[in-house]
Design a protein around this ligand. Structure first.
Ligand SMILES: *Cc1c(COP(=O)(O)O)cnc(C)c1O
Length: 387
């Protein structure tokens, strides 16, 4: 795709990215803060009834955190290390939740001492740890969600429990002196099938009624996790369509008396704001007559493009050359054959492409820099510039 033919960024935004990039040595990531701001307002506008807790793991750059803090976001932290970073940036723990269901006892203590009072769990052991280390806190029990087949980056199976156990855990939470606050789920990241929320919400609604009738336990909150899309090669609906549908599902179950709704967007907030800039190191063909070229660039799976694992996320890629294009296999620079980004899903790039040219990977603001390895093969982690 040519640089002038993409609609992820406006012409003006493009110019700013290019101007900024010229003087920098690749590979690196440029984050356009104004895009994050737009996405935040878009979510707020389309889901005005929801409290936003940004999933920090998507992009923990200090400037991104500070920007979202200024916009009024809350934060879902996955570890005490994220907690400490947010504290350093002056974010109050009242605006944080701990959504990771896997945590050490000592770390729960630290979350509690910092002031976090909202925890997610999916097991009895973790729940008992929360009761001891974070007495009186609110707990959400995470339900296992389907949707693994239609999410490009599924989060199923590892997290959540079945409704039968979820009910037991909420009853036990009350017995342990915690506040059984509600239910949570995550339908899978980059979820392309909106009905995945419907399926999850019907389990939630069933448990809301069952617990009320049988245990006199009134839940107050639904945490719908993330899953909203960024703009990649595969088509999705826009966020407003997601919002309309989800609101309809909620109203079918609760009418106008909605419980507190939490969403934890990561990808959809920061994904489209990022451009990863790489440089071509080598171009080759594997035989005299090979039809496709191998393009090796200075950023690979270990340098931030981890979500190309299984070719799950297909980023739009643009370059500054034009002319006839042919299929390419795209690979990274490390001495590891797993460090190949796209071989099945063949991209086409201009034949005029040469060593030293730059490639621009669009919508790479989420799950790139935070995934890059510290020094595999000696390569440094991906650098981030927020402009
Ligand atoms: C990763 C994660 C998110 C963010 O999901 P996206 O699909 O990136 O929006 C939200 N909540 C939890 C608990 C997560 O683990």
């Amino acid at each position: 795709m040519n640089i002038d033919k993409n609609d992820n960024l406006t012409a003006q935004q493009w110019q700013r990215v290019l101007d900024f990039s010229r003087t920098k040595e690749t590979p690196f990531q440029v984050i356009l803060s104004e895009v994050i701001e737009e996405k935040y307002h878009e979510l707020e506008k389309n889901l005005p009834f929801a409290n936003i807790y940004y999933a920090v793991k998507a992009n923990p750059a200090p400037e991104v955190i500070s920007l979202l803090a200024r916009l009024g976001s809350n934060f879902d932290v996955a570890s005490v290390y994220e907690l400490r970073r947010l504290q350093e940036l002056g974010v109050s723990a009242e605006r944080m939740s701990c959504g990771n269901t896997i945590k050490k006892f000592e770390h729960i203590k630290e979350f509690y001492q910092a002031g976090i009072r909202l925890f997610v769990t999916d097991s009895e052991l973790d729940l008992r740890n929360i009761a001891m280390a974070a007495p009186g806190s609110k707990v959400l029990v995470r339900l296992m969600a389907e949707g693994g087949l239609t999410a490009d980056w599924p989060l199923s199976r590892k997290f959540g429990c079945n409704p039968d156990l979820a009910g037991d855990l909420l009853v036990l939470a009350r017995k342990l002196g915690l506040e059984p606050y509600g239910l949570s789920f995550h339908v899978g990241s980059q979820q392309r099938d909106i009905t995945a929320w419907d399926t999850a919400l019907s389990k939630v609604s069933y448990l809301f009624s069952w617990l009320k009738e049988n245990e006199d336990l009134e839940l107050k909150c639904i945490n719908m996790g993330g899953g909203f899309p960024a703009v990649y090669q595969e088509r999705t609906h826009s966020v407003d369509v997601y919002a309309q549908e989800i609101l309809r599902y909620l109203q079918e179950d609760y009418g106008d008396e909605l419980p507190q709704i939490i969403i934890e967007p990561g990808r959809s907030l920061v994904g489209d704001s990022g451009v990863l800039v790489s440089e071509i190191v080598l171009i080759s063909r594997k035989s005299r007559t090979a039809l496709e070229r191998w393009i090796y660039q200075d950023c690979g799976k270990f340098g931030g493009l981890m979500e190309t694992l299984g070719e799950a996320i297909k980023y739009p890629i643009v370059c500054e050359r034009t002319g006839p294009a042919e299929r390419v296999i795209l690979a990274g620079p490390s001495c590891d054959s797993m460090d190949t980004m796209y071989e099945e899903y063949m991209y086409e790039l201009p034949l005029s492409l040469a060593v030293g040219d730059r490639l621009y990977w669009l919508s790479t603001g989420a799950y790139t820099s935070s995934y890059s390895s510290v020094e595999f093969n000696g390569f440094p982690p991906l650098e981030t510039f927020v402009i």
